[in-house]
Design a protein around this ligand. Structure first.
Ligand code: ADP
Ligand code: MG
Length: 346
């Protein structure tokens, strides 16, 4: 009988590995293939960076509450984030869409208005794409192209023992924004005349609907003369990205519960949903912040920045990933894929 493996048995990364493991690198110019935030291609003077991400209706967004303009903006931003995660600059994008006749031309124009806004703000050119029909909802795929100086590239690997782990901005806000939107969707289903309850959640809604990529941080670190020794963007949740960094570097790490940067609005909304704010920060996802390591010597350069928080450090080779609580007790870090995430306090 023919073998049949369920996709769920492999998981996302297992599936990618299974599909791609037989491919060999044939070109000298391919510096980094699958497995980092971007592909890295040698083009003489500098490295070219390429990344692609797809947003699918019903999986990554919901037409009931995602304004189309914001959707276009977000589709571009999530790709920019992967270029910044290599310490690069974004230069061009291509955009491909699959649409059903359910969408009007005006609706598609809204999406493109969002993409245009992102391009304008981040100084990126739209240079191509593809348009096709779909029988089952909207799909947007964006490919971003960027560049980085050869001596400045930050891979997921490259860190050494005891280097500091730093995260930008704050965590868990986009996840809590999503919880608020989901709650209001349920209320609306029961009573379409009810007014949505959106008081004191402006910031977390914005983090969910209109995220930004940390171009500012890349410029800031460059101005300080700090090159991260390893870096990744926080798209799936901090815990999951920490595990990726740990694995890519072959190093253990420890992060401190009390150091996690959590915005006040995220904190109070999490509490009102009876969720643990720390769990939201660790596993929420869609933060599009940057997580990176620096040499201990560089600490003085970054220590006064309000945008950067040292949350822990790498430990020794082949060690585990731990979360330390206030009392110093270590628990193994769990990366709970964000859709399996429950509100149980850990
Ligand atoms: P990110 O979260 O940074 O966007 P992903 O987790 O989506 O990265 O992907 C991990 C790696 O696997 C990346 O290098 C990506 O280019 C590669 N990858 C993902 N899906 C495929 C695929 N279907 N075929 C080939 N490579 C893939
Ligand atoms: Mg990434």
């Amino acid at each position: 009988m023919e073998e049949r493996t369920e996709i769920n048995d492999l998981g996302e990364f297992g599936l990618i590995d299974r599909l791609t493991s037989k491919f060999k690198i044939e070109q000298d110019s391919t510096i980094t293939g699958i497995g980092d935030d971007c592909a890295v291609i040698d083009c003489g003077e500098s490295y070219r960076l390429i990344t692609t991400d797809m947003l699918v209706e019903g999986v990554h967004f919901n037409m009931m509450y995602a304004p189309l303009k914001h959707l276009g903006y977000k589709a571009a931003i999530v790709n920019f984030s992967d270029i910044y995660a290599m310490y690069g600059d974004v230069q061009q994008i291509t955009v491909s869409i699959a649409v059903s006749s359910r969408f009007s031309v005006e609706a598609l124009e809204e999406i493109y208005e969002g993409i245009r806004l992102a391009c304008e703000l981040y100084k990126v050119d739209l240079v191509g794409g593809d348009t096709t029909s779909s029988l089952s909802g909207l799909v947007i795929s964006v490919t971003a192209i960027g560049e980085v100086q050869k001596n400045q590239i930050a891979h997921r690997h490259g860190a050494s023992e005891n280097e500091l782990l730093v995260v930008t901005g704050n965590l868990g806000a986009a996840y809590m924004g999503l919880q608020v939107l989901e709650r209001e969707k349920e209320v609306f289903k029961v009573n379409p005349n009810a007014q949505p309850e959106f008081t004191q959640v402006d910031y977390i809604l914005e983090r969910q609907l209109k995220p930004e990529a940390r171009k500012d941080i890349v410029h800031y670190l460059k101005s300080l003369g700090v090159v991260p020794t390893s870096m990744i963007d926080v798209s799936d949740g901090l815990a999951s990205e920490l595990k990726h960094l740990s694995k890519a570097n072959g190093l253990g790490l420890v992060i401190y519960d009390e150091k996690l940067p959590i915005d006040q609005e995220t904190f109070s909304t999490a509490r009102s949903f009876e969720l643990d704010p720390t769990m939201c920060a660790l596993n929420g996802g869609e933060d599009y912040e940057l997580l990176f390591s620096i040499r201990q010597d560089d600490f003085d350069k970054i220590k006064d920045s309000e945008h950067l928080t040292v949350i822990g450090h790498f430990t020794e080779k082949n060690a585990e990933c731990y979360l330390a609580d206030r009392a110093g007790k270590l628990t193994p870090l769990q990366a709970q894929g964000w859709d399996h995430f429950t509100g149980e306090e850990g």
